[in-house]
Design a protein around this ligand. Structure first.
Ligand code: ZN
Length: 81
């Protein structure tokens, strides 16, 4: 019987994040991976979020691709909220 699974008990291993180029408005999706871009709080350490703040735009080649989301809001799940 598979019952009683709660969404807030699940570990999110990766998630796709929207980024947009400030220069040409080109939009890309960045795949954030647990352990690399973020980590859950553990052993007295607080949660960690280290997603890139600037990426190179594949279209105009300028490093102006920035997060098109609120980091604090998006990673609220790390706090178990
Ligand atoms: Zn661009």
């Amino acid at each position: 019987m598979v019952m009683g699974f709660l969404a807030n008990n699940m570990t999110i291993e990766s998630l796709r994040l929207p980024y947009a180029c400030e220069n040409c408005n080109h939009e890309i999706t960045y795949l954030a991976v647990r352990g690399k871009d973020y980590e859950y709080p553990a052993a007295g350490l607080s949660e960690k979020v280290q997603v890139p703040e600037n990426l190179e735009c594949p279209k105009c080649k300028q490093v102006k691709v920035e997060p098109d989301f609120f980091i604090g809001k998006t990673f609220k799940f790390l706090k178990g909220a």
